[in-house]
Design a protein around this ligand. Structure first.
Ligand code: NDP
Length: 449
């Protein structure tokens, strides 16, 4: 395994996010691969860590003043052993090939955990939608899809929304695909409800995170009612995590964005959350505006390059990082422990650095890795694909029931697998090994070349 990682580093210098994801995975699947020479003979780890296809392309677009800009577009098609590539598109200035490879690698195992027929991929661009007009976002999306359309399709690769890519962006991308390919198909998920979207897709990642949390707490004979919760982010995942926690009687203390966070000791209840949704989704405003309306709350600006993030330094029972990867470092993890946090459920993809995860596991807190906890988003995306194929639309209740059953099953699978491999209660090992085994079994069945 050390050889594989060294080769990976040699062949892909500078891809530190990707090594981090692979390294983390290799450590926890060790019990499943040792004693299995077949995996080495079949080059399983090498095949899993080399994308099946990577597309990098130019995205030129014109701003409202007539100035032309050029961004870079990516799609990493990582593994299709169990179905067409599936995974979100991200528009954010911080992206790189390394980040997309790490996200796509994680996505392969996350998708496997849902037990649905979907492979893994990720992509996007270093374009920043924040501060752009609707017309600028539309021109960018149409240019992005002009190239991406050559590589995707309902049976090939079905991208979804993601960070910086909501229903508005998916609408523009879908319009461009339809015009170019002359087909109305389920090629993207996260679509508007009136034109092929699924009920509960918007809510799915956040609701699923809370369904998973409820299961973890139940395994310790606890409920979420009355629990105080720190949530980072105020986008799609954070909003719907907060919504479900509030519905189930938990108390949400914080929300954040890229400028800082609000702490509301009285709790961010349903009507305050409705304000946040209007602020972030319609006005595209800043979370700092929350305190203009609710003066009992405090806004703290955050410098995300500093040694720790103060949002994780408050007394609470549970923490839900729902903004970005690597947003909890070892100092933040120590702060969470010191403040009595008993459960960390990852809403964003890979938000905790490896040292922080070690701290959670050493302290025996309930720790849910993102590949299990936020799999509800991709699960309902797959349910959207199924409805598109059948030309049907299921009711919100039906989709929500399917989502909660899927999350319950993922939780059980993680627990059972962790016990089977000698690490009872370790959700990280359970999720990694269960996802890995499903993908590898399919790869072995399908042969090489
Ligand atoms: P959104 O774009 O809706 O929200 C992202 C949030 O993160 C915003 O509040 C944003 O603030 C904040 N943010 C952006 N950059 C930073 C930064 N540097 N530091 C702190 N906060 C920042 O994205 P989603 O909610 O959809 O996605 C959040 C995470 O969840 C991502 O990791 C995504 O990959 C993952 N995810 C999403 C799923 C989905 O279905 N949407 C499914 C599974 C995972 P601002 O408003 O200032 O930009």
């Amino acid at each position: 395994m050390t050889d594989v990682l060294n080769r990976l580093k040699q062949n892909n210098p500078e891809e530190k996010e990707f090594y981090q994801a692979v390294d983390k995975m290799l450590v926890s699947i060790k019990p499943a691969i040792e004693n299995n020479p077949q995996y080495e003979l079949q080059g399983i780890i090498e095949r899993l860590t080399e994308p099946e296809r990577t597309i990098i392309f130019q995205v030129p677009w014109m701003d409202d003043q007539g100035q032309v800009h050029v961004n870079r577009g990516y799609r990493v098609e990582m593994n299709s052993a169990i179905g067409p590539y599936k995974g979100g598109i991200r528009f954010h200035p911080s992206v790189s090939l390394s980040i997309f490879k790490s996200l796509a690698f994680e996505q392969v195992f996350k998708n496997a955990l849902t037990m649905l027929p979907i492979g893994g991929g990720r992509g996007g661009s270093d374009f920043e939608p924040k501060g752009k007009s609707d017309n600028e976002v539309m021109r960018f999306c149409r240019s992005f899809m002009a190239e991406l359309a050559h590589h995707i399709g309902p049976d090939i690769d079905v991208p979804d929304g993601g960070l910086g890519v909501g229903t508005r962006e998916i609408g523009y991308l879908f319009g461009a695909y339809k015009k170019q390919r002359k087909e109305f198909s389920g090629v993207l998920t996260g679509k508007g409800l009136g034109w092929g979207g699924s009920p509960v897709r918007m809510e799915a990642a956040g609701y699923g995170i809370v369904y998973f949390t409820v299961e973890m707490l139940a395994a310790r004979n606890q409920t979420i009612e009355g629990k105080t919760c720190l949530i980072s982010g105020s986008g799609n995942v954070a909003q719907h995590t907060a919504e479900k926690i509030i519905e189930l009687g938990g108390k949400v203390l914080t929300l954040s964005d890229s400028s800082g966070y609000v702490f509301d000791e009285e709790g961010i209840g349903a009507s305050k959350l409705a304000f946040v949704k209007r602020l972030k989704n319609m006005k595209r405003g800043r979370i700092s505006e929350y305190v203009d309306k609710y003066s009992e709350a405090v806004f703290t600006p955050v410098d995300y390059t500093s040694k720790y993030n103060p949002i994780w330094n408050h007394k609470a029972d549970c923490a839900f990082p729902c903004a970005m990867e690597n947003e909890i470092n070892a100092v933040d993890a120590d702060h969470l422990m010191k403040n009595g946090v008993q459960l960390v459920c990852e809403g964003a993809d890979m938000p905790s650095v490896p040292e922080a995860i070690d701290i959670f596991i050493d302290n025996k807190v309930l720790y849910a890795p993102s590949k299990a906890a936020n799999a509800g988003g991709v699960a309902v995306s797959c349910i959207e694909m199924a409805q598109n194929r059948m030309l049907l639309s299921w009711s919100p209740e039906e989709v929500d029931t399917r989502l909660s059953v899927i999350m319950k099953n993922i939780h059980q699978k993680c627990l059972d697998t962790a016990s089977e491999f000698g690490h009872p209660g370790n959700y990280l090992m359970g999720a990694n090994i269960a996802g890995f085994l499903r993908v590898v079994d399919a790869m072995l069945d399908q042969g090489v070349g």
